[in-house]
Design a binder for this molecule. Structure first.
Ligand code: SF4
Length: 396
């Protein structure tokens, strides 16, 4: 597959000797440090643990040596968190050096780093740009103080604009993350957030509906009745508005929650949605190699001790049977709202005939107006996007 192609109508073909669903050409690297724990956050992230950053980078380097054995050229790298830009500039430089050694980028590759407003400055951005990072994903979430407070974010709205100015002049591609359905928010709030976002002229946006993950502060507040979820109808209107408003601005919905100008899609995330293999390194990192899905421990002390003892940090793992993997592939590919699920590509990648596998479900959802089928590829309809959870759940 030629990952450098961002023509979303061109379905990747499986003609390479080393197809990417068998040999990883992408890597995720996790940096767990954060200034503060946000109320909705269920990621492997830690506040108040900055004193461990040097030891963590030592362990990460050792894990790279143990897992990769030798430098592995890749097409995409995603350094996520946590907040990678919580590291200071020298530590970011060290991280970049080890990533460049163990995961050298193929020509034309995409190297993304996540950053949070308030943790990014010109010095850190220079270090990353000089190392070869060419894409930044900024966590904005909202531009309204009371909604940022409800999410327990600790940046001010004006810091988003400052971060964008730092990023815009140094990186060819960048993205903003937004959250809708924040408790206490209205459709007008969401409209205002989108307008503030569009004023910054991003070429990529990720817009997720808020999820109350079990155990998070926000989940506990909802359980106690201290906050109320935005009603389903309002959330539907919010999703409808974001699709229409962004499309009118030239940002195309290419995955259920992701919008981009043509050529600015996240190539790294396209790897996940094609169910291709990828390396995962660091605390809580997920990896998909040779059909085996693994997740590293989310406990920092266990991660450090195990890696320092020369042991694997892998926790839960699951080897999917070919048929399970095929179902999962269909489910992930259906998330792609433009490319969708291509019958020939699916057969090449999984060895299964799509119609023999999930034909009755396709027929039913086409009948209900949730899927469209042109004989070659199947995609969610506009109505199907609202009910994507139901459709994808049934497919998998
Ligand atoms: S900044 Fe991101 S990773 Fe860190 S606590 Fe907040 S949501 Fe979680």
């Amino acid at each position: 597959m030629n990952l450098s192609s961002c023509d979303l109508n061109a379905v990747p073909t499986a003609t390479d000797l080393d197809p990417p669903w068998l040999r990883p050409r992408s890597a995720y690297v996790h940096i767990p440090f954060c200034a503060h724990k946000c109320g909705y956050c269920d990621f492997a992230s830690l506040a108040g643990a900055d004193h461990l950053s040097e030891r963590y980078l030592d362990a990460l380097e050792r894990e790279m040596r143990m897992t990769l054995v030798e430098p592995r050229p890749v097409d995409t790298i995603f350094i996520g968190g946590g907040t990678p830009t919580r590291l200071d500039a020298p530590a970011l430089g060290r991280l970049a050096t080890m990533v460049r050694h163990w995961l050298p980028m193929n020509p034309g590759g995409e190297w993304t780093i996540e950053a949070n407003p308030g943790t990014l400055d010109a010095e850190k951005a220079d270090v990353m740009a000089e190392a070869g990072v060419n894409r930044v994903s900024l966590g904005a979430q909202s531009f309204q103080p009371r909604l940022l407070a409800a999410l327990e974010r600790n940046h001010a709205p004006e810091e988003v604009g400052k971060a964008v100015e730092i990023v815009r002049s140094r990186f060819p591609r960048w993205s903003l993350d937004l959250i809708f359905g924040v408790p206490g928010s209205t459709l007008d709030d969401w409209r205002a957030d989108l307008e503030a976002t569009l004023d910054l002229a991003p070429s990529h946006l990720s817009c997720y509906g808020l999820v109350y993950e079990k155990g998070t502060n926000l989940w506990k507040q909802r359980e106690k009745g201290d906050v109320q979820e935005v009603c389903e109808e309002t959330e539907r209107l919010m999703y409808e508005h974001v699709m229409d408003r962004l499309e009118a601005s030239g940002l195309m919905l290419y995955e259920i929650s992701n919008y981009a100008r043509p050529g600015h899609e996240s190539r790294h995330n396209l790897v996940y949605w094609a169910n291709d293999a990828y390396y995962g390194l660091g605390l809580g990192a997920a990896q998909y190699l040779d059909g085996l899905r693994t997740v590293n421990t989310r406990e920092m002390s266990a991660y450090l001790k195990r890696i320092e003892a020369g042991e694997s940090a892998i926790g839960p793992n699951e080897r999917l049977e070919p048929e399970e993997r095929a179902h999962e592939t269909a489910m992930l590919m259906l998330r792609r709202t433009v490319v969708g699920l291509d019958r020939d590509d699916f057969r090449t990648r999984t060895g299964f005939d799509l119609d023999a596998l999930i034909g009755p479900a396709i027929t039913r959802f086409v009948g209900e107006g949730l899927l469209e089928d042109n004989g070659r590829r199947i995609r969610l309809t506009r109505e199907g996007r609202f009910l994507a959870d139901r459709v994808l759940c049934e497919v998998v």
